[in-house]
Design a protein around this ligand. Structure first.
Ligand code: CP3
Length: 362
């Protein structure tokens, strides 16, 4: 079955995520969770230990497939997300990615000068990131139609922040400095990254990804005009580039903290927008109208609440969106390692219980 036939079939676990992205009616609200394959699961920690390191895990398609499947065995999630990382692109560009326990990502050769930027070039995703495409193909086989598979990339701005900063740090003063001091070099870098992201997501699509998400984790930290110039402009180019594929897939844009830009983001022609937990689904929906579906936006910290309070927050999130199609339930950001998996089970089950449209309840 191709994706168009899948979407046209009656709504169920195998297609409700794709139907919601297309703003078609669903039997109940679909749910998936950012970082659903991660350290809060003991089986993930065991597989990562077996792999050696986080990057070894990403680069081993069998083990990446295993950890992608783990949350789907425990919870009735409605989508799988490729197990990988947004920083595979800078790694393939030669920046030397490694993860320092407890501190996050580091690059051994971050970009230090305009000359470093001008040495970068396009990559062939099937060559330099072949392990990602192998994982996509293997996960699709393993899923065997259970739920759709999401592929992803970082946004040019967010990738540039890490490539120039060299490590995890929310200030990313290096990227801001380059944008102010050498705007042309910054635009050359972002433009190259946009082309690379398009090639990378197109390759994931060709390998079997059924929906594509762009994570712009640091876009929302920019001043208003700079967000439009350095982040949104390139997100729009990516959406445009992916629309030209022989079989386009729905694209979800997630700029964390960019509530002020939602309407402009919907203007890119993407199919969905991810919202962080500070946004109102209701007000966002009024802003974007019927242009896009909305994904989100339970506070990741709500998973620390007691079960009664947690159920209540899930119900409030669903009520905030209101009735009608186009809602994909998720957290407003990734699940953290300290969460009890039973709390996530409660969320997923509540979404399906409360997310049924009254008209469909007979
Ligand atoms: O389950 C999934 O969501 C799919 C896999 C996925 C990972 N990272 C695995 C991961 C996805 C979609 C990402 C995206 C990602 N990676 C983003 C954008 C989304 C966001 O969270 O804002 C960013 C900014 C990164 C970069 C990155 N990777 C950081 C900053 C860190 C360290 C932070 C931390 O949680 O330790 C990572 C590591 C990482 N990526 C882990 C996982 C499961 C934890 C690594 C481990 O196992 O030790």
């Amino acid at each position: 079955m191709n994706d168009a036939q899948l979407i046209a079939a009656p709504s169920g676990r195998h297609n409700r995520y794709l139907r919601a992205l297309a703003r078609q009616p669903v039997d109940t609200t679909p749910v998936w969770i950012m970082r659903q394959a991660g350290r809060y699961l003991p089986e993930y920690r065991a597989t990562r230990a077996q792999a050696g390191s986080f990057m070894d895990l990403c680069q081993n398609p069998e083990l990446a497939t295993e950890v992608t499947m783990q949350p789907l065995r425990r919870f009735e999630l409605d989508a799988a997300i490729l197990f990988s990382d947004i920083l595979t692109i800078p790694d393939a560009l030669g920046l030397g990615l490694h993860f320092v326990e407890g501190e996050g990502p580091r690059f051994s050769s971050p970009l230090r000068s305009v000359a470093d930027i001008d040495r970068l070039g396009r990559i062939d995703p099937e060559q330099q990131l072949g392990y990602v495409m192998d994982a996509v193909r293997m996960i699709r086989r393993e899923l065997n139609g259970l739920v759709p598979l999401i592929g992803f990339s970082g946004s040019p701005w967010t990738l540039a922040c890490y490539m120039l900063g060299g490590r995890s740090d929310t200030g990313f003063k290096e990227a801001r400095q380059l944008a102010w001091n050498e705007p042309e070099a910054m635009h050359r870098l972002l433009s190259l990254l946009s082309d690379i992201v398009i090639d990378y997501l197109a390759a994931q699509r060709a390998a079997g990804a059924q929906s594509l998400m762009v994570f712009d984790t640091w876009g929302g930290t920019l001043p208003f005009a700079d967000y439009r110039e350095y982040s949104l402009r390139y997100l729009a180019q990516i959406v445009e580039g992916l629309r030209k594929l022989p079989e386009p897939a729905p694209v979800t844009l997630f700029s964390k903290g960019a509530q002020a830009h939602l309407s402009a983001m919907a203007d890119t022609g993407c199919q969905a927008l991810g919202l962080d937990w500070t946004a109102s689904l209701r007000e966002s929906r009024q802003l974007v109208g019927d242009r896009v579906a909305l994904q989100g936006n339970l506070d990741p910290n709500a998973l620390r609440a007691n079960p009664k309070a947690l159920r209540n927050m899930v119900a409030l999130t669903l009520a905030d969106y209101g009735s009608g199609p186009g809602h994909i339930f998720n957290l407003g950001h990734g699940i953290t390692p300290d969460i009890d998996p039973e709390q996530l089970k409660l969320v997923v089950d509540c979404v399906h219980e409360f997310g049924r449209e009254p008209t469909l309840l007979a």
